[in-house]
Design a protein around this ligand. Sequence first.
Ligand SMILES: [Zn+2]
Length: 333
Amino acid sequence: MKPGNRFRLPQLPIAFSLVLCLSLIACGGSKPAGAPEPAAASAPVASASDFSSLPADPGPPPSIDSARALQYTRQIVAFGARPVGSANHSRLEEYIYAHLKGDLVVDDLFTADTPEGKFPVRNIVAKFPGTKDGIIVIAGHYDTNYPLRNTGYVGANDGGSSTALLLELANQLRGKKRDGYSVWLLWTDGEEALKQWTDTDSVYGARHLAELWQNDGTLKQIKAFLLADMIGDADLNIDRDAYSTPWLEDLVYQAATRLGYQSHFFGRQNAVGDDHAPFMQRGVPCADLIDFDYGYNNIFWHTPQDTVDKLSPQSMEIVGSVILETVRMLDSK
Ligand SMILES: [Zn+2]
């Protein structure tokens, strides 16, 4: 992710911010690079109110092993910088595979043409089958910033936290019969720009996979695409992203409220170009769960100060359990 792609809105009430944001887009010229076009007409129709009749307490609230999730983050960060094409990136791929032993794992490997040359890019998908017809994708990128690769940058929050959270979600999903939709965990690659964030220099893996899944019919099966990015910040405030699907964000908020975590969600409005963009463009309902205020004014983002000491297991617990609760609410519908 990079500055300029993500523009920050002033801290305003959500309704006003949304109007402001949409008018910025409508004016043209102000639309940040990477911003998705309006969703295609084929988008599945649902609204958060469709879920309001669900029982208040459908079972024990979901939880994750947050200490283990943070330990994964530490181990991932210990590899060092993990940009596409690097030896550390390959080591991290092996680390992810080693933690998915016995799971149904597929990858999507291709060569990306970038402003810095050609690079291998590999999306990794772990599939946990369910009894219901349809797929919920939970995604997060595992590559780290390329331009900062020789600065001591390790991407603990940006790249590390989401990679680790997905590994812990795999632990929660493994070995249980899913009485609901299939859940696919997706470690995206090449999310970061090689030079400067534009529509063509960003989200390489997500763009490739969205096209692949459109062509093979998978996309039509996807009921929701939940993206986690920069979710480890000890001061956790997940933005409400104007480029995500409103009904799905409403559902995430309902899930957070059920768990008592709503104060960490959507106090701020933002508009974020991220891995969900190519899926939004193709009509998939998406929610980008990102805390794009990492240190005051996002001061640690894309700096060598993005280190594990800024993160907390509690933040990973909050996002992990809210994602699982959202999946459970989607299942119940
Ligand atoms: Zn980034």
